[in-house]
Design a protein around this ligand. Structure first.
Ligand code: NAD
Ligand code: UFG
Length: 337
């Protein structure tokens, strides 16, 4: 039996494929490569020395999904596939709702029709909104989202809860990621955005000389140095969290929510300095206007993941910066390098 990974060629998906293969799971990947390419999957094979099937398939393509279910024995799904750029989602809400929500509905219909009722879903800390106080705990009422991307996560969490309410045979795990950064230690897979919307990819593109300086979005927040504080988590720790989550999800039913973060907040300036120190590279930065929709603090309480899943993030900020840089300098143009 295999685990189907939707969006497995992407940043978090490819790292999760490595960890699942190394933990002894068989996997099948589908991706439409809208934000990735099959080269990442070839590199997963090189890193692990293991083979697995992958298909070019859109999660909105019901016939395509049925063919994959017919060809493979699938016992559970880890669902990463989705569009994720916050700014773009404000320009293209219909495309985001169609891709993320219609796509998830089509996937769930295909799963039900093929007797597969175990799913681990990539949700986000964004569902806590600005109303809750840090550290965010899973039992908090979800907040108000500020963009269509975040709203898709909130809606899909609700859809999955309703699916379980209607049919108690389902096993649903909602993973709320904080800020994934870093790359596999080999430097062979990592994050390869065409434009860096997030802080760590921006820093590493400044380091490699593709951008002049980091724009720090505001220094007037109510935080120790005035810049935004986030819970950065190494993508390999995050990927390992999925191995624990799938182990947990298989062989049970119900809906459970887990934060995957470190539980520690790091400011924008602290992250820039940590990257400089870890890699011995000067990172110029300047303070610019705050970015709309940003909040001062976002970090997790991760006690539940440790208690129930037996999982805890282990890699520190220095390691996150070193591994980001190894990937970036070896692959200055991502998988096209
Ligand atoms: P990513 O863009 O690297 O990976 C997503 C993958 O899904 C890509 O390979 C893309 O080609 C594929 N995809 C998108 N739409 C598809 C469709 N309709 N059919 C098939 N494949 C499709 O992003 P990521 O950073 O690896 O994120 C993975 C998941 O985690 C996403 O759902 C994202 O929203 C969520 N998440 C990411 C972050 C983050 O900061 N990276 C934070 C919280 C949640
Ligand atoms: N920032 C800068 N300059 C940049 C980019 C970011 O100063 O060029 C700042 C932001 O203002 C924020 C911090 O760096 O204070 C982190 O910003 P990111 O864009 O890296 O990450 P966010 O916390 O805004 O959002 C990320 C994902 C979302 C997800 C959220 C919570 O992009 O998809 O984490 O999981 F919803």
């Amino acid at each position: 039996m295999s685990i189907l990974i939707t969006g497995g060629a992407g940043y978090i998906g490819s790292h999760t494929c490595v960890e699942l293969l190394e933990a002894g799971y068989d996997i099948v990947v589908i991706d439409n490569y809208v934000n990735s390419c099959p080269e990442s999957l070839e590199r997963v094979k090189k890193i692990t020395g293991k083979d697995f099937p992958y298909y070019e398939c859109d999660i909105r393509d019901r016939d395509g999904l049925d063919k994959v279910f017919a060809a493979q024995k699938i016992e559970a799904v880890i669902h990463f596939a989705g569009l994720k750029a916050v700014g773009e989602s404000c320009q293209k809400p219909l495309e985001y709702y169609d891709n993320n929500i219609t796509g998830t509905l089509t996937l769930l219909e295909a799963m039900r029709a093929n007797g597969c009722k175990t799913i681990v879903f990539s949700s986000s800390a964004t569902v806590y909104g600005a109303e809750n106080q840090v550290p965010f705990v899973e039992t908090m009422k979800t907040g108000t989202t500020t963009n269509p991307y975040g709203t898709t996560k909130l809606y899909i969490e609700g859809i999955l809860q309703d699916v379980y309410k209607a049919d108690n045979d389902w096993s649903v795990v909602l993973l709320r990621y904080f800020n994934p950064v870093g790359a596999h230690e080999s430097g062979m897979i990592g994050e390869a955005p065409s434009f860096p919307n997030n802080l760590m990819p921006y820093i590493s593109q400044v380091a490699v000389g593709k951008r002049e300086c980091v724009n720090v979005f505001g220094d007037c927040y109510d935080t120790p140095d005035g810049t935004g504080v986030r819970d950065y988590i190494h993508v390999v720790d995050l990927a390992k969290g999925h191995v624990n989550a799938i182990q947990f999800a298989l062989g049970r039913t119900g809906v459970e929510i887990f934060n995957l973060g470190t539980g520690h907040g790091v400011s924008v300036i602290e992250l820039i300095k940590a990257f400089s120190e870890a890699n011995g590279i000067e990172i110029p930065y300047k303070i610019v206007e705050p970015r709309a929709g940003d909040i001062a603090y976002c970090y997790a309480n991760c006690d539940k993941a440790q208690r129930v899943l037996g999982w805890k993030a282990e890699r520190d900020i220095k390691k996150m910066c070193e591994d980001t840089w190894r990937w970036q300098k070896n692959n200055p143009n991502g998988y096209n390098s």
